[in-house]
Design a binder for this molecule. Sequence first.
Ligand SMILES: Cc1cc2nc3c(=O)[nH]c(=O)nc-3n(C[C@H](O)[C@H](O)[C@H](O)COP(=O)(O)OP(=O)(O)OC[C@H]3O[C@@H](n4cnc5c(N)ncnc54)[C@H](O)[C@@H]3O)c2cc1C
Length: 450
Amino acid sequence: VKIVVIGNGMAGFRVAEELVARAAGCEFTVVGEEPGGAYNRVQLPLVLSGAARADSIELADEGWYAARGVHLVTGSVSRIDRARRLVEITDGPVLPYDVLILATGSEPVLPPIPGAEQAVAFRTLRDLTRIQARAATAGHAVVLGGGVLGLETARGLACGGLPVTLVHRGRRLMERQLEAGAARVLARTARGLGVRVRTGAPITQVRGPRVVLEDGVALDADLLVVCCGTRPRTELARAAGLAVRSGVVVDEQMRSITDPRVFAIGDCAEHRGSTSGLVGPAWAHARVAAQVVAGEAGPGLMPSEMTPVIRLKASGIELAVLGRDGGGEVVRFTDPARGVYQKLVVRNGKLTSAILLGDTRAAGTLTQLADRGTVLPADRASLLSVRRESPAADTTICRCNGVTRADLRSAWQNGARDTAQVAAMTRATTGCGTCREAVEGVVAGLFSQV
Ligand SMILES: Cc1cc2nc3c(=O)[nH]c(=O)nc-3n(C[C@H](O)[C@H](O)[C@H](O)COP(=O)(O)OP(=O)(O)OC[C@H]3O[C@@H](n4cnc5c(N)ncnc54)[C@H](O)[C@@H]3O)c2cc1C
């Protein structure tokens, strides 16, 4: 069986790993546009800020593929011929397939501003290298877009000592996740860490190394980074006649609803009516697709949906947003002087969403309560001061990889003795990395029991 994976990113590489482990006797080819092996895109902001080294985000070098008989092709797929089951690569080989897996990810959206093409997006390792090269000589940087990635990027540049302004066209930072009060506290925290923040100020023009805002103010921008969202890369699928809405429409087995030989996973897939844009779902898709291809099909392969959790990876800014605020009973605690803003939303006695800014220590406990739909105690506010309790066995500690406390414990029982060994066995901490402290806590707890 010839299996071709288009995409060597977070989902494409993971499905290759899962297939190598399961589908013996198949011929595997992975095509990606990046030179060399796969890397962890999610941790690029940590490299920018200096919290991680570039070589630490490598997932596999070329030797990994060769050693497992996986044919790695560097190039851009130009066309899928479903009738003849061929994948065509620009200036490259034509690849026949029996099973095709689309893992083409998403691409940055550039705002329709004259001159915006001079800006750098932040999606790839190559983008990071360009940003770092320009930052080395820049006097002032502008980051456009006050969402999660914009904040991480601006803070990352400020960590390197570069004066930076975060410009956001919306009235407040992270408006999809935060209410006004929380966004104000966040802006103040960011300012305190060297990031100038201008909200409600769309850029109207990029003129040389300057950007002009709607109110006429011009800012120096020797480096302009655009973080204005992404859109799924679906052009190949669309041209091949596959059903595409916001993403390639797939069923519960991650198969295209148009062609059972074609799967779509990761950011490019539309599963249960939505695209995700997050690594946790991308890896869950990869596992399910590999299981189906390896003949382990059956209902219930896809893990049940968990409360979405967003954690900012910006040094000095603690922020976790759980769930989506659909309204309900609200409990708030604010201490602006300490940069703390916390909010719980409760419906029918259960936690549906939460904002934890400036103090995220209750995040693990609250996530567990939301995931399980536990009825909360009458004293809701006490939950905000809950301090890292020992999580129950079935609590998911690493959400990117779906690793529970019980999984960490069995790694321990199988001989893992520190966080690195536990990570090697379970993959915990290897996604966005924000669970590291929680994993260390569990490992320390296991030590104390012996
Ligand atoms: C800087 C940054 C930080 C992030 N932080 C987080 C985070 O903290 N938490 C989180 O959950 N998510 C985060 N994300 C989102 C996360 O990275 C994505 O959800 C994840 O990468 C999706 O994986 P994917 O494999 O679908 O796409 P990608 O990782 O983008 O991989 C797409 C692959 O497809 C290839 N490709 C596309 N078209 C073609 C073609 N025509 N021919 C050949 N190859 C092609 C590309 O070369 C690439 O290899 C972040 C993203 C970025 C950019």
